[in-house]
Design a protein around this ligand. Structure first.
Ligand code: HAM
Length: 429
């Protein structure tokens, strides 16, 4: 029986993989200029980390985790996101000893048991950034600015930036009380998920997709009316910093985010093209999570970060026609005439490869036709032909496929044809 890939997973190859590596490259470059260091952490962790970190009330923990018991009876979970793991690592390795701000990034697979659809997979990859250290509204704005310039660097446009402030613990407690009172009165007419959220995580009712347009939702109390003074000032400072950085954002009071660790500033970058089938797709999301390090038994450390789904970026880049073109052409194909020349051809091929030139040879055929076929298939820019005459006289025939120019040169100078410098080449015979 044929074995197929698991639903919701992806096989990467060719153009897709090329775009993936390109995005990763841009991410690493921009992180480097911001002094953000790379971490590579396990793809599975103790289930407890996510239960405590992401929160039992979140959809991720309650419905979407790949959890299993290992052979030593431990409950293990394939990481559904990166923030909990980075915070675990930060606390476990006492990274907080370093004064000031420390910033980290990661790129790698995450796992969620979600219903697969365009841009939603069960194994997907995130590029994420996490910054630990004294909270500052300027830092929040700078992280949002970083995300904005990252997407712009990739050529991604039509993006709506939504920001909100969901307050510190104290503001949240005030607000949640009012919300519960308000929604309890109306819950009978709301969806099953909202009924559940009322008990577990009332804030999440606000981003319900089902009841979004109802009067009940539209008239719900607003978080901004329940923020304590300090939070209000903080939210205002983030907004003025975003203005100063020329970020085009919208304040969205309904934006609450689906993970329990968030506090204060939250944001999402949404693909915004009503004509597109992927209109409304969240490309990147994040926020402050000031209590998480403490929740994981570390010291009280402020933190902020975001993550973006690589698959979603690739999808949008393909749609916008800004994905990089995969150049599969070879620099040269070596063609040999007659049997005695084949080994010399292989030597020459490897000599050119040692100068990072992409070069191939047909190992099997001595006839010209199949060798030229290979040259076409690998889109060789040059064909290098060695016949017995050339071999005996230290020469080689060079054909430039683009200009159709053909010439015979001394083989010792072959690197010059590729504008490279190095040791001269000599036939062995
Ligand atoms: P999140 O909103 O769950 O946040 O995911 C962040 C991004 O990952 C989403 O905006 C989306 O681009 C991508 N993503 C999520 N689920 C899927 C999926 N099933 N298939 C494809 N892409 C997906 C977090 O994960 C937080 N850890 C972000 C964060 C970092 N907050 C602070 N620091």
């Amino acid at each position: 029986m044929k074995v197929s890939k698991i639903k919701g997973t992806l096989d990467y190859f060719g153009e897709q993989l090329n775009t993936y590596r390109y995005i990763e490259g841009v991410a690493k470059e921009i992180c480097n200029s911001h002094g953000i260091k790379e971490v590579m952490l396990p793809t599975f962790e103790a289930t407890e980390l996510f239960a405590r970190g992401v929160g039992e009330g979140s959809d991720i923990v309650s419905k979407e985790m790949y959890t299993f018991v290992d052979r030593s009876n431990r409950s293990i979970t394939l990481r559904p996101e990166g923030t909990a793991g980075v915070t675990r690592w930060f606390v476990e390795n006492k990274m907080y000893i370093n004064p000031g701000l420390s910033k980290y990034f990661y790129v790698g697979p995450m796992f969620r048991y979600e219903r697969p659809q365009a841009g939603r997979y069960r194994e997907f990859r995130q590029f994420g950034v996490e910054a630990f250290g004294p909270g500052s509204a300027y830092l929040d704005a700078d992280i949002i600015c970083f995300a904005d310039s990252f997407l712009k660097k990739l050529g991604i446009k039509n993006v709506k930036v939504l920001v909100n402030n969901i307050g510190s613990k104290q503001s949240r407690a005030n607000y949640e009380k009012v919300l519960v009172e308000y929604f309890t009165k109306n819950i009978d007419s709301m969806c099953a998920d909202c009924k559940n959220r009322l008990l577990k995580n009332p804030l999440r009712i606000l981003d319900c997709k089902v009841d979004k347009e109802t009067e009940i939702m539209k008239n719900a109390p607003k978080i901004s009316d329940y923020l304590i003074e300090e939070d209000k000032e903080y939210a205002k400072s983030v907004i003025s910093a975003l203005d100063a950085l020329d970020i085009n954002y919208e304040v969205d009071e309904k934006l609450v985010r689906g993970l329990d660790y968030y506090t204060s500033t939250v944001f999402e970058f949404i693909y915004d093209d009503p004509a597109s089938p992927i209109n409304g797709l969240t490309l990147l999301a994040g926020g402050r999570y000031n209590g998480l390090a403490k929740e994981l038994d570390g010291p009280d450390t402020d933190a902020i970060g975001f993550a973006t789904g690589m698959e979603r970026l690739i999808l949008v880049m393909n749609e916008l026609g800004v994905a990089p073109v995969l150049d599969e052409s070879a620099d040269a194909c070596v063609i040999t005439i007659g049997e005695v020349t084949k080994l010399e051809g292989i030597r020459l091929t490897n000599y050119l490869r040692s100068y990072n030139l992409k070069c191939e040879i047909d190992y099997i055929n001595h006839n010209l036709k199949p060798q030229f076929k290979l040259s076409d298939r690998i889109k060789a820019k040059h064909v290098l032909i060695i016949g017995e005459d050339e071999l005996n006289n230290g020469l080689i025939k060079v054909k430039n496929i683009e200009t159709k120019e053909e010439k015979v040169i001394e083989v010792k100078n072959i690197l010059k044809e590729f504008n490279k410098e190095g040791n001269e080449y000599a036939y062995k015979k």
